[in-house]
Write a protein that binds this ligand. Structure first.
Ligand code: NOJ
Length: 534
């Protein structure tokens, strides 16, 4: 098999720039802050960073409302700062992926200002404008993704029509039925890839194609406001532009809770390289549930470790839109251990892991007092700034900022901060670094064959194999200890490569040779074993 592509080898690390590191003391993270913390990324052996949007924006959706696709918001720095960041990352062998938001713009984007200025403006058709329903209400029943917003339509007094917005009213949807829109957005792709950026994360890809007749959803067999069949041709057009540049990658946010449809955006070798799989993110903490999604993905895509035309998996359990892993799966105090188990699982599964900043620290959600809430959709807790230093030493900004942080930090920044965890070999950060290093050195973990295996109730286990090496990964989803019942290989000998339980009794002495049938797993523990013999 050919060597893996960069986007298959190791993790893509998501930076939410507002909350990563603040270089100028205004309380909001920026590009200078990121450049000042590249050692952290190198220590995590990340293959790439994905930056959430850094483009000029009124920040109604904290950057996902873009007012100029080809510049940098002064809050974050300048275009030259971005160039420097890309250069510095490349010097360290780290790729840079930017967030491209093709479904909508800010209502302050010059295109929308022109479009709303009059029904006769040449840009009128760049957005979705319609007359109201006969009863005077919006043109159809489509709702904003954000429950607090309500209808996906806003009436524009000036031009007397409604415009569509799948998110906030400050984010009007572009009209991808209009060829000039498609061409203009293709030029945005060329702008960034031509500047040396290695890839793009495509925001809200499923929204790029809607029923052109704008029929209501109610009573219909399928939704009319997203995932319309034309999405795939549109995506192929984007991919053709991406393929004008060598060795680039596109990862799509395909927010559909249907694995077959998600895989539909990966198929054929002429669409996405990677897709965020939200079916996985929404799973309950249950071994069988995880196994069935992993198996189904393999079944849908052939399960071969191909770098060419076939679909390659990507796995993630956290981003800036969802409650953090340590909180979501806490269930009465199990969160920290489960966050560690997740780190091992993402490292050892066949596919590209996506790690959201702070998950390498096992951060929980922050508590946001009502007077500090800023997001329309309740996503502030998972966007709390990264604690770099103990507040007792660095002050209340915890090394994130010397100013007033735009969101409160997590409660236990003193214990969870990077400085403290880096000094503790048993910390989550030390574990994540060890796992990443292991994967960076292991072709078996990168692209080896994979097969899940029965391992007893509450246990998810899977083999990875390459070139005669056999690894067994296992996660104990149960809250109590259990045995690893891998019946197919009771007599095999094993060595423990890594355990997520710092209190595990048997030391990870690589020379040890023991009976696989006798492996015990602690509560919420995950292990990676190298197995010899059958
Ligand atoms: C998905 C992004 O991840 C989210 O943060 C944003 O609000 C919506 N798309 C709209 O751009």
């Amino acid at each position: 098999m050919a060597a893996p592509a960069w986007w298959q080898r190791g993790a893509v690390y998501q930076i939410y720039p507002r909350s990563f590191a603040d270089g100028d003391g205004d309380g909001v993270g920026d590009l200078a802050g990121i450049r000042g913390h590249l050692d952290h990324l190198s220590d995590l052996h990340v293959e790439a960073v994905w930056l959430s949007p850094v483009f000029p924006s009124p920040m109604a959706d904290f950057g996902y409302d873009v007012a100029d696709f080809c510049d940098i918001d002064p809050l974050f720095g300048t275009l030259e700062d971005l160039d420097r960041l890309v250069q510095d990352c490349h010097d360290r062998g780290i790729k840079v992926v930017l967030d491209w938001v093709p479904n909508h713009t800010s209502d302050q984007h010059p295109w929308f200002r022109a479009s709303r200025s009059s029904r006769d403006d040449p840009r009128r058709n760049w957005y979705v404008w319609r007359d109201g329903a006969p009863d005077g209400g919006p043109p159809n029943d489509w709702r904003s993704e954000f429950a607090a917003v309500g209808p996906a339509w806003t009436f524009d007094d000036g031009s007397g029509q409604w415009y569509l917005h799948s998110y906030t009213p400050q984010q009007p949807d572009l009209n991808w039925e209009e060829p000039a829109v498609e061409a203009a957005m293709h030029d945005v792709v060329r702008f960034w890839l031509g500047r040396g950026v290695d890839g793009l994360r495509i925001d809200a890809l499923q929204r790029l194609a809607k029923d052109p007749l704008l029929r209501s959803n109610a009573g219909a067999a399928r939704r009319h406001d997203q995932d319309w069949p034309t999405a795939h041709e549109r995506l192929r057009g984007i991919r053709r532009v991406v393929d004008e540049f060598p060795d680039r990658m596109i990862v799509g946010e395909v927010y559909l809770l249907d694995l077959d449809r998600v895989v539909g955006y990966l198929a054929g070798g002429d669409q996405l390289h990677l897709a965020h799989n939200f079916v996985f993110l929404h799973l309950p903490w249950d071994a069988d549930a995880f196994r069935s999604v992993i198996d189904r993905f393999e079944a849908l895509t052939g399960g071969e470790a191909l770098t060419g035309g076939e679909a390659w998996p990507a796995w993630f359990l956290g981003n800036h839109d969802h409650s953090r892993i340590a909180t979501r799966y806490d269930d009465g105090g199990h969160g920290p251990a489960r966050a560690r188990a997740v780190a091992l699982m993402l490292t050892a599964l066949r596919g590209t892991p996506f790690v959201y900043q702070g998950d390498e620290l096992g951060l929980p959600d922050a508590v946001i007092p009502p007077d500090r809430v800023v997001d329309v959709d309740g996503r502030d807790p998972e966007r709390a700034p990264i604690p770099w230093e103990p507040p007792s030493v660095a002050g209340p900004g915890a090394g994130f900022t010397t100013g007033e942080p735009w969101l409160p930090l997590v409660a236990d920044a003193e214990r969870l901060c990077v400085r403290r965890q880096a000094a503790d070999p048993d910390s989550t950060l030390s574990l994540v670094r060890r796992l990443a290093e292991l994967r960076a050195r292991s072709r078996t973990l990168q692209t080896g064959r994979q097969e899940t295996v029965d391992a007893g109730p509450g246990v998810l286990a899977w083999w990875r194999e390459h070139d005669g090496e056999r690894l067994l990964a296992a996660v104990n989803f149960a809250p109590g200890p259990t045995g690893l019942a891998v019946l197919s290989a009771p007599a095999a000998r094993w060595e423990l490569l890594v355990s997520t339980d710092p209190g595990r009794a048997d030391p990870p002495d690589h020379g040890a040779q023991r009976d696989l049938g006798r492996v015990r797993l602690g509560p919420s523990e995950a292990v990676l074993l190298r197995v010899h013999g059958d």
